[in-house]
Design a protein around this ligand. Structure first.
Ligand code: ZN
Ligand code: ZN
Length: 370
């Protein structure tokens, strides 16, 4: 099923106004009165359904959590009303359906939870306890949906078949149609004494904590699948899966290129001329870095093995530091005289043209600015 946000062409954090605007625009464009094509009519239905879900805060939240036919859904109906389940299951059209009655037990929905990580978490991997709003097995009835000590009984109307046959007169003679039994909603049984704790659903809403080990090397947009950590199904059906979608927060100093970390090292003019040892605060803690005498802006110093732990395992990437020599801007008369003396003594050449510098360093800088 198409993603409701994509159908409306809005982002996942769109405001209710943005959603309404997007819907109005698409509805005008695709309305069957304006646009009689079959394609447009199908899209109109999709757009309208997407709007119905996303314009209702409760339904939207459930959709974001993986309910109501979201791309993460298992294909069942949401935890909401029984009517929804009925509609979804039978397509609302009351179409013919023969065979066995359907089971109350269904697989639970998958759920999606978003987590924001620091770059440091990505370098080493991390552990999180994540709170999820989910459905858990009802402990009162253990998923049977019945008050303890009671049982479902065979439906009087369909005698357990889950569907009833009806004879309809038509131009072609009598036609027998099979329709889901409305008394038992197709289950073949009814529950005379529904469990009071779960209102006969076999499960209840609860907040649950899920412990997750997040490996190093993950990227924004990556989804980790935690099988069986989604909600429990209706009537104690099997659990759905939980998906954890990762966002990596912007870091003020370090950026990422593959499994390498990139940063800029600002070096004073005297240090660049004379050389020095810089103590760098890396994500691993302090590292001493030798800055050789005569280092130039654009030189890249590599610290092996201080980058990111690859997602698929193996050695860590490197930390690559681009040097930027900082020209002093505030000089007193004495410093000025010293520099002038230095310029005279070293016969510093006049500025001259050379090829435009498009090295790794400028890429590093662009990345940091971006
Ligand atoms: Zn119960
Ligand atoms: Zn029935």
């Amino acid at each position: 099923m198409a993603d409701h946000y994509e159908v409306l062409g809005v982002s996942r954090d769109a405001s209710p106004e943005e959603i309404k605007k997007a819907y109005r625009r698409l509805a005008r464009e695709l309305h069957p009165d304006v646009n009689p094509g079959e394609d447009a009519s199908e899209r109109f239905k999709l757009v309208t359904h997407a709007y119905d879900v996303l314009s209702d805060p409760e339904q939207r939240q459930r959709y974001d959590m993986g309910g109501d036919g979201s791309p993460f859904g298992a294909g069942g109906a949401g935890f909401g009303g029984f009517g929804d389940i009925f509609e979804t299951f039978f397509g609302g059209g009351g179409g013919a359906r023969a065979g066995r009655p359907r089971s109350r037990r269904e697989r639970g929905q998958d759920a999606l939870v978003r987590v924001t990580l620091d770059l440091k978490d990505v370098v080493f991997g991390t552990h999180r306890d994540i709170e999820v709003d989910t459905a858990v097995l009802c402990e009162t009835c253990d998923g049977s949906c019945c008050q303890p000590g009671t049982q479902p009984v065979t439906c009087d109307i369909c005698h357990g078949a889950g569907h009833v046959q009806r004879t309809v007169r038509s131009l072609l003679g009598n036609v027998v149609t099979s329709q889901p039994c409305t008394t038992c909603q197709g289950y073949g049984t009814t529950i005379p004494y529904p469990c009071a704790t779960c209102q006969g659903q076999g499960r209840v809403r609860a907040r649950r904590t899920v412990s997750v080990d997040i490996p190093g090397g993950v990227e924004t947009g990556l989804r980790l699948q935690l099988p069986g950590s989604g909600e429990v199904g209706p009537a104690g059906g099997p659990h759905g899966d939980l998906y954890l979608e990762v966002t990596v927060a912007h870091d003020e100093i370090f950026s990422r290129e593959g499994d390498d970390l990139l940063a800029t090292l600002e070096v004073s003019m005297p240090d660049a001329i004379l050389g020095s040892t810089a103590t760098i605060t890396s994500l691993d803690g302090d590292v001493d870095l030798e800055v050789r005498a005569g280092v130039q802006s654009g030189d890249v110093l590599t610290i092996k093995g201080r980058g990111i732990t690859p997602l698929r395992g193996g050695n860590r990437g490197d930390l690559r530091v681009g040097v930027q020599v900082v020209t002093p801007t505030k000089l007193g008369p004495r410093e000025r005289a010293l520099i002038e003396d230095f310029a005279k003594k070293t016969k510093a050449p006049a500025p001259q043209l050379a090829q435009f510098h498009q090295g790794l360093f400028s890429k590093l800088r662009d990345r940091l600015r971006g």
